[in-house]
Design a binder for this molecule. Sequence first.
Ligand SMILES: CSC[C@H]1O[C@H](OP(=O)(O)O)[C@H](O)[C@@H]1O
Length: 349
Amino acid sequence: MIPTLYWEDDVVMILDQRKLPGKTVFMPCRDMRRVIYCIQTLATRGAPAIGVAAAMGLALAARSIRIKNKDLFMERFAEKVEVMRAARPTAVNLSWACDRILNLVAKSDLDIEGIKALIKDESQRMLDEDIEINRAMGKNGAAVVPDPAVIITHCNAGSLATGGYGTALGVVRAAHEAGKKVSVIADETRPLLQGARLTAWEMVQEGIPVKVAVDSSSGVLMSREMVDICVVGADRIAKNGDAANKIGTFNLALQAQRHNVPFYVAAPLSTVDLDTPTGEAIPIEERDPAEVTHIGGRLLAPPEADALNFAFDVTPNDLITGIITEVGVLKAPYIESLSRAKAGLISKE
Ligand SMILES: CSC[C@H]1O[C@H](OP(=O)(O)O)[C@H](O)[C@@H]1O
């Protein structure tokens, strides 16, 4: 699988996902601002990938600070962390990554140059960890995938949305690797078509059969019993299990409930935010209406027409069969299971 992002000496190389599936282009990022640009334009996207990109961006930010006094350095660095934190509002992994780096630096007694190296090393550790977490999550999730199974997914929660391997698509990969006969229905996922462009591309690369479907077709597909299970990603999971994910996920979950199709959310524990009590408290990003009125840069709607572009929606916890994580498949009541998992009280036997 092509890497999502990586260090090349002191440059962060970020795969420009806006150009997939046609072109594989890596953008060299030599400063934090360039990384923020990649996050805000969705050149790099997906909650875990955004977290890793943020950590790498903070390493670039630290290196750019020329202050020799450590206290003043730390003040300036903390200011840059808050600029990074504001890059996108919904995926909690961004804030989680900022806090992880801040906490690490605050506890360090290294000198300034030592801290700069520490942040870069930590960003690489986060990338490596994420891939291992996704593999463990995939294995846990594969156990709930029937054999054979048609798995419907929404947006892209694959290798491209993470450090590698993927969350929802990690479950697909693990089931496939375990010898289960799986195929995927990829919701195209308007407006930016992460499903048609990215999920389909990842599945083709893996040799896993995939069909692209119009977002609004999930009802007819399930009424014709063409779907065995739904597995999607998440950008933030509230303390009660309500899960924010790409716009259209809630609609898919409603169809799944109507047709008794199991609906799973796959996400690392870093996407669970115990400080957010319910889905109502999750900030939902609203993006440029031009993403809706245009496709591939071509205007679809009359120029006088405005557009609504909520980038995410929230699936209430009662529609979620289980939350697949690196420590196991968590079930309701989610307040208990998520809190116990975050406290390290649940580990894969
Ligand atoms: C594994 S997190 C993937 C998650 O992120 C996507 O949003 P975006 O493409 O805007 O970053 C989408 O919600 C995916 O499910």
